[in-house]
Structures are given as structure tokens and as C-alpha cells.
Design a protein. Structure first.
Length: 160
């Protein structure tokens, strides 16, 4: 199946040795996204304190085709082993954005976490976008659930 073409440029000062996003396996939905603190060897990472968050640059800007978005999602291994996730998961990169893509990492763990230059910090997924046309109505169709909100679809023994 042919992929969707996305034009990409490197941000000014970005380290061109950091790889472009890539799929780790043929069946992967998400591409690994790497931290890129720039070609300057002095600025090669940050330390996230417990409860801390930081904007991690990727060194990339993209031309996402109209009708698509790029979703920035946490890496499951970072979340499980270190409590590091994406603060606004999933983050959305709109098709009309042309600036550098950055990732808001959040350390929900109990220990400091080092983010080093070239580390895989997130994954990105290309997704189709459907725009909505709102239709105001006097009433909505009925369903079995109706107005039932949080927890209304039943409780398990564990919820009691």
C-alpha cells in the first residue's frame, strides 16, 4: 500500500544526523519521533524533574496534506518504565501548521528523567480528518442509554 507523501524540512540549527520519523516494524501505526536539541554540542538534553514538563524540539517542520493531521502520542515503554508521557496526548499537528514540531513531555514518575539528544520521545500517527457540519435540532433520537452519564452503562464487581 503506497504511503501519503509528507514534505519535511529541518529547523534552523537542527542536527541533520538525527533520523527522520520512522516505523520500527512493518505493522507499526506510529513512527518514532526523536529529540533534536540542535547541532550545537553544548545543548544536548534536559532533565525532567518528577511532576515536571518540558517542550522537546524535534528539529522538523512538515507539510501535512489537507484532510490529514499528525497525532503525537506517548511511547508506551517510557510511560510504563518511567512515567513519562505527553502532556496533551494526543497532540495534534494541523495541516496548515508549518512551524517546528515539538513534544510536551511530562514526568509523572517518582524519579528524574533525562531526555538526551536523539532519544525517541514520542510516536506520531498520520490520521484522516473529517470536518463536521452542525445541524441544530429540537430533539435528538432516543437510545437505550439515553441521558446516562459517567458509569451509567453498568458496574463490575471491581467498581463497587
Amino acid at each position: 500500500m503506497p504511503g501519503v507523501e509528507i514534505r519535511v524540512t529541518r529547523a534552523e540549527g537542527a542536527d541533520v544526523e538525527v533520523p527522520l520519523p520512522s516505523y520500527a516494524t512493518p505493522g507499526a501505526a506510529g513512527m518514532d519521533l526523536y529529540a533534536n536539541f540542535g547541532a550545537d554540542k553544548r545543548a544536548r538534553g534536559i532533565t525532567l524533574m518528577p511532576g515536571g514538563r518540558a517542550l522537546i524540539p524535534t528539529g522538523l517542520a512538515m507539510e501535512i496534506p489537507r484532510g490529514f493531521e499528525v497525532q503525537i502520542r506517548p511511547r508506551s515503554g517510557l510511560a510504563l518504565r518511567h512515567g513519562v508521557t505527553i502532556a496533551n496526548a494526543p497532540g495534534t499537528i494541523d495541516s496548515d501548521y508549518r512551524g517546528q514540531v515539538s513534544v510536551i513531555l511530562l514526568n509523572m514518575g517518582h524519579e528524574t528523567f533525562d531526555v538526551n539528544h536523539g532519544d525517541r520521545v514520542a510516536q506520531m500517527v498520520l490520521a484522516p480528518v473529517t470536518h463536521v457540519q452542525w445541524v441544530e435540532a429540537k430533539e435528538l433520537g432516543e437510545t437505550e442509554r439515553g441521558f446516562g452519564g459517567f458509569g451509567s452503562t453498568g458496574r463490575s464487581d471491581r467498581d463497587r
